[in-house]
Design a protein around this ligand. Structure first.
Ligand code: ISL
Length: 587
């Protein structure tokens, strides 16, 4: 049996011991500070607001709080554009508030993980300001500066050094008239990419990370850390990418994703910063392959503990990419997750449906109608949390929060959505069609304020929230969920308890059942010395009947958790499930 997760809070030191590998049985709760809780009425979440609501997270049974960025930032990308890595943005509070938050997290037996955003800084960071001051600046080489394409005049369309398309629309290159060169920005023009080839950059990042560890943080979530190594040619040049249909841009990702020195840079960071610290390190790695994920997380290679991979959240992207969502075909999801369960059996994976970049899963792959919202949210939680890996719960997921339902471009705040809208309209697209593409997938779906209660601004703020509150907060809110033993909140709490009390949930090997079934997601987890864990979940809004050959004992076993207390008993190997009914069985 794994030891209890929550340490004795009466112990004299509030800093938790960190046993090597402690995160293997942990659950992480992600807080997106600007949308979590506002303590001072300015409409923007802040650190004191988080402190005020820590008991909600502790009651849920989370072990770790991951904070999205609270550093000083012009907020072009909601804090993922950092102008001072060692200070708190005044809109969130002060460093002293952060120290109090760290202490308050530790007092509750939890740990705190910071976001680490070092593929790029803000263009307002003093490093970049110095770098752009001239071609002979001592920090010129801290960023990626390149002359215009030969035969072109800087600043003219087509003069960019490569044809790469930015994650946030437009070119990845910004012309700097004063110094006569372009700088690279894979994200917005206010997020210039740091040049990791330069050892001074790496040393500065390491020093900053050590400073945070000394301040008491317990780990890092490393933003797009598999984009830091670009594939520069011998002369420092970067190649064009394959043309992206319908745009004047190309796909540069083969030249910056999982690049040639990526593993070396992470190994070096491990050695220089956290070799002996037993922290949690999670690499956010869009476009990572299973092969690279194995390398990133192989303990012997000493890089990071786990990755966030993106394959499963790309399965419903249509031919037009993320703005062209199509319905999910359940067997695709099952096979994909199973491949990662099996393929990373010697490494470690993160388990997630949601974060601040993804639409709400209950709207995306569940059924957010009043009839099925609660059961589908619970069942989605069940199939995810009973797998092997570290589960991440994104604020509001434990309430079954839904997509925003925005209908006007005025409602949106996210740079990615707004830039996409503008770019499409410039190309003559129909505004209504573009809006329809944005609505189900915009990152703002995840960013509406946390719904604490049924009061006008959902208990998030006494002022005007920076982004609209979802009108369904009158029904869907934490106060109501905490009172209701049948709520999504209490279901998630029990899922976390199961991970903390059953070794088979942490370590059992995974086997997918009924891979082709279009409604039911079923799998077993097995571990020597433990009964078999069986998960059977109806992932549809219609009833489903399955036959699970050889699993009659498990079907008749101990029910560890169910969505429907009145579920029909199995008949031998046959089981009929109500819409969105799921069971976790041990036998
Ligand atoms: O949401 C996405 C665009 O469709 C993703 O590609 C996202 O940009 C990618 O996952 C990287 O995300 C991280 O880095 C970004 C930041 O905007 C995201 O919020 C962050 O999670 C740049 O720092």
């Amino acid at each position: 049996m794994t030891p209890p997760r929550h340490l004795d809070t009466t112990a004299s030191t509030p800093v938790p011991d960190r046993e090597p590998g402690w995160w293997r049985s942990a659950v992480v709760y992600q807080v997106y500070p600007r949308s979590f809780a506002d303590s001072d009425g300015d409409g923007m979440g802040d650190l004191q607001g988080i402190i005020d609501h820590l008991d909600h997270i502790a009651e849920l049974g989370a072990d770790v709080v991951w904070l999205s960025p609270i550093y000083r930032s012009p907020q072009d990308d909601n804090g993922y554009d950092i102008s001072d890595y060692q200070d708190v943005d005044p809109m969130f509070g002060t460093l002293e508030d952060l120290d109090r938050l760290i202490a308050a997290v530790h007092e509750r037996g939890m740990k705190l993980v910071m976001d680490l955003v070092v593929n790029h800084s803000s263009d307002e960071h003093p490093w970049f300001q110095e770098s752009r001051s001239g071609r002979d600046s001592a920090k010129r080489d801290w960023y990626v500066w390149r002359p215009p394409r030969p035969g072109h005049t800087g600043g003219e369309p087509g003069a960019e050094p490569t044809n790469w398309h930015s994650f946030f629309s437009g070119s990845t290159w910004e012309w700097d008239e004063a110094s006569g060169e372009y700088y690279l920005h894979l994200f917005s023009r206010k997020q210039p990419d740091l040049n990791w080839e330069n050892p001074e950059v790496r040393e500065a990042v390491h020093a900053m990370m050590r400073w945070w560890l000394d301040r008491g943080v317990d780990g890092f979530r490393m933003d797009v850390i598999n984009l830091i190594s670009k594939e520069f040619g011998p002369d420092g040049g970067l190649p064009d990418g394959a043309a992206k249909p319908g745009t004047r841009y190309g796909d540069g990702s083969p030249f910056y994703m999982n690049g040639p020195r990526n593993h070396e840079f992470l190994h070096e960071m491990h050695r220089e910063v956290y070799a002996d610290a037993a922290i949690l390190t999670v690499a956010e790695t869009p476009g990572v392959t299973l092969e690279h994920a194995r390398l990133f997380t192989d303990p012997a290679r000493r890089e990071v503990d786990m990755v966030f991979q993106f394959e499963h959240v790309g399965l419903d992207h249509g031919p037009g990419g993320k703005w062209d969502l199509s319905p999910l075909y359940l067997p695709d999801l099952k096979l994909n997750l199973a491949a990662w369960q099996e393929g990373l059996a010697d490494g470690w994976n993160s388990l997630y449906w949601n974060n601040h970049d993804q639409p709400r899963v209950v709207s995306r792959w569940g059924d957010d109608s009043p009839e099925h919202r609660v059961a589908s949210a619970k069942t989605l939680g069940t199939v995810l949390h009973m797998m092997r890996g570290t589960p991440y719960v994104y604020q509001g997921e434990e309430l079954g929060m839904t997509n925003a339902g925005f209908t006007s471009i005025e409602d949106y705040r996210d740079i990615e959505s707004l830039n996409h809208y503008r770019e499409q309209l410039e190309h003559g697209a129909d505004p209504a069609a573009v809006l329809a593409g944005i609505a189900p997938v915009s990152r703002d779906n995840a960013r509406t304020p946390m719904q604490w209660d049924d009061s006008p601004a959902a208990g998030f703020t006494t002022g005007t929230p920076w982004i609209a509150v979802n009108p369904n907060h009158t029904e869907v809110n934490a106060a109501a969920a905490r009172r209701d033993p049948g709520s999504v909140f209490h279901h998630y709490r029990r899922l976390h308890e199961l991970r903390h009390t059953h070794d088979v949930v942490v370590d059992g090997s995974f086997r997918l059942l009924l891979p082709e079934h279009e409604q039911v997601f079923a799998y077993t987890r097995t571990l020597a010395g433990s009964p078999t864990l069986l998960v059977v979940a109806n992932m549809s809004s219609q009833p489903a009947t399955v036959t699970l050959a050889g699993l009659a004992d498990q079907l008749a076993g101990e029910v560890l958790l169910t969505t429907h207390d009145d579920g029909a008993p199995a008949q031998g190997e046959e089981l009929t499930l109500a819409p969105w009914e799921s069971r976790v069985l041990l036998g």
